[in-house]
Ligand binder design. Sequence first.
Ligand SMILES: [Zn+2]
Length: 381
Amino acid sequence: MATEQAPERRWVEGAIARWASDVHIEPTSAGMYLLRVRVGGRLHPLGTLERRDGEALVQRLKVLAKLNIAERRLPQDGELLYEAADGRSYEIRLATLPTINGEKLTLRIIYPMTQYERLTELGMRPEEEDVIRRWLSADSGMVVIAGPTGSGKTTTLYTLLGLIDRRTHSVYTIEDPVEVRLSLAHQTAVNEAIGLTFETGLKALLRHDPDVIVVGEIRSKATADIVVRAALSGHLVLATVHAQDALTGIIRFFELGVEPYLVVSALRGVIGQRMRHPVCPACGGRPADCPMCRGLGVIPRPEFELYVPRPAHVPYLLDRRIEALKALLTEEAKYGDDGVDGHRRPVAAMLKKFDGFRAKENATGVKAGDEGDTGGRPSKG
Ligand SMILES: [Zn+2]
């Protein structure tokens, strides 16, 4: 298989071997084509091609994606299914852009999502996994994954979902798009064009007796409001939010206009994650043909932090006094308070402010009995 490889196969295989999310085939002002790959959120140059080889590569990929190869002056986009040497098939989304230097092509590689069984497989420490399993063993509340683009939030989200017993819980997801099909879960894909937004989807699935609600990403006040209320009224909510870290993930809710004390009382905890790019230990960042980093010089890996907000933290978060809050967290840790449980009850009284909770409480009264039969949410650990 390694012999006699077509050039587009060689480049795509190289990108896949490096776990690249995107491949850029870009004409430069110097009359060359530059190939770059995005790995762990960062762009790395992979090589250069003579202009005619670069153009030929673009053309071959356009043929494979069934694009109009005669058209080079207008942008096009398409997709193809790529059968890789590893025996798996990858969906590749492909887009062209006419530039003053020539036709640029960008490939987005969609990896078959690996369903991890344990959070430690993602790089978490065992004690962190234990804390998160405790969060997930609750019947209500919200677990939020905060991180920037490309930090692997979705993988973490599906791993959390895998820790919940779907045979004994009704699980609903609202995603954009659905990335992994799960057995025993009701997954709905957002379709803005016909008005099926995160908000309308959430409102609809709340009428289907959910135990666990998974929200692909919280982007609007409407979604954030529904999610927080659901978490405070007998549902376990798992969601991701775009933010730099765990603390700013909570600030994001405040910025969206959700009452801070409700956010804090709804949250079981926040997982902050981002990609780190440590220098490759094998080649020390001088890759050449390093097999360990595959020529990148770094080995991207996710890094996690766990945070449980308290009412006392709200003023710090509201004023974005992040450093002062970190000092406070260090103090709390010093006194043996792991910040994991408790401190939610005092704010429960605030829930009465909201319409609809009364009715919901009646409904959960029935459900509580049912859950007694099934033994509650198994934590698998
Ligand atoms: Zn290396």
